[in-house]
Design a protein around this ligand. Structure first.
Ligand code: NDP
Ligand code: GDR
Length: 328
């Protein structure tokens, strides 16, 4: 019997990590995830996947570790010896990165170098996925593709540009199979509650159910290209199965504003959003990214990947999930 493929996922407790773990387990992989020690449980997104490690058939294994702890990353690479590494861990909140720029640089930026260097130090042959972001394009006008120049507008965006180039450098300098997936916003019912789509879907449901009375938001004019997260983790996997390593944009190619997304969610629960949405300047960013609209032609041609779920349906899925999971 051939040995199953082993994958190591950083950020397995996050939105994407949880969907990717599901996908890889369904494909027969042995999945290893790095989790942070916290004083409260932080594994709720993957609890349904938990397997007792004593079970001889167990396929999911969790290990404590942190992107700021280089020596731990080396011992983990040696121990797991993964065939594929999906590097998803990051301080991923753009607004928070203005409050914590140094920490964001240390984890989201230099954390990528620590992981790449851990692979080299452990002397293993592996394929590496870097979670790059449309935030790297920042102020460069849409449409954006793999050749669009970067102009980051936040400490988060700047840290991701560093991560992009260090991954490319390990590909070019050390011959590593390192790939940048430049992903535009992708959402789901598992999205963190402080990102705008989940915040809106949750509020629409809670207002409908009589729990909340209003929703405070910042800039309603920002335009984003929102896709559905489970489709995007499939794209990540396809990138690492290609014959040659290169970089790919994943996006839907659609353009809707935050205001449009508010309308979709409130429409789903038959409410007029104008009666409930209020402005709070604390949600504005010192420098905003006005418009991100991706062109995913390369992923379509080379990987056969195409987004299926578009923002109006996405908003309905997310709002319905909130209605069903909220207890009054
Ligand atoms: P989440 O914020 O949901 O998850 C982030 C993950 O990183 C969590 O598992 C978190 O652990 C972990 N993490 C944070 N800091 C550290 C650290 N110092 N050491 C170890 N682990 C850490 O992000 P998403 O799932 O949405 O995104 C996945 C990746 O893709 C991120 O790198 C993000 O920047 C990037 N990205 C996301 C896009 C999106 O639209 N979702 C678009 C483009 C890029 P814990 O649970 O303990 O907090
Ligand atoms: P983004 O996502 O910054 O695009 O980063 P977010 O949902 O935080 O913001 C999207 C847009 O909505 C506007 N906005 C608000 N945002 C939040 N969070 N809260 C509010 O109340 C609010 N009101 C208006 C923002 O100004 C912004 O224009 C996400 C993250 O997942 C990154 O990790 C990832 O790299 C990018 O998507 C692609």
């Amino acid at each position: 019997m051939t040995e199953p493929k082993r994958a190591l996922i950083t950020g397995i407790t996050g939105q994407d990590g949880s969907y990717l773990a599901e996908l890889l387990l369904s494909k027969g992989y042995e999945v290893h995830g790095i989790i942070r020690r916290a004083s409260t449980f932080n594994t709720h997104r993957i609890d349904h996947l938990y397997q007792d490690p004593h079970d001889p058939d167990a396929k999911l294994f969790l290990h404590y570790g942190d992107l700021t702890d280089a020596s731990r990353l080396v011992t983990l690479m040696e121990k797991v010896a993964p065939h594929e590494v999906y590097h998803l861990a990051a301080q991923s909140h753009v607004r928070v990165s203005f409050d914590e720029p140094e920490y964001t640089g240390n984890t989201t930026g230099v954390g990528t170098t620590r992981l790449l260097e851990a692979i080299r130090m452990a002397n293993i042959e592996t394929r590496f996925y870097q979670a790059s972001s449309s935030e790297m394009f920042g102020a460069t006008p849409p449409p954006q593709n793999e050749d669009t120049p970067f102009y980051p507008r936040s400490p988060y965006g700047a840290a991701k540009v560093y991560g992009y180039w260090i991954a490319r450098n390990y590909r070019e300098a050390h011959g590593m199979f390192a790939v940048n997936g430049i992903l535009f916003n992708h959402e789901s019912p598992r999205r963190g509650e402080t990102f705008v789509t989940r915040k809106i879907a949750r509020a629409a449901a809670r207002i409908k159910l009589g729990i909340d009375k209003e929703l405070y938001l910042g800039n309603l004019d920002a335009v984003r290209d929102w896709g559905y997260a489970p489709e995007y983790v499939e794209g990540m996997w396809r990138m690492l199965q290609a014959d040659e390593p290169t970089d790919y944009v994943l996006a839907t190619g659609t353009a809707y504003s935050v205001r449009d997304f508010v309308e979709f969610c409130f429409h789903h629960v038959n409410l007029d959003w104008k009666d409930y949405v209020k402005f709070d300047a604390s949600y504005l960013r010192p420098t905003e990214v006005d418009s991100l609209i991706g062109n995913a032609d390369r992923a379509n041609t080379m990987l056969g990947w195409k987004a299926q779920i578009l923002p109006p349906e996405l908003a309905a899925i997310m709002t319905q999930a909130e209605i069903e999971s909220t207890t009054i």
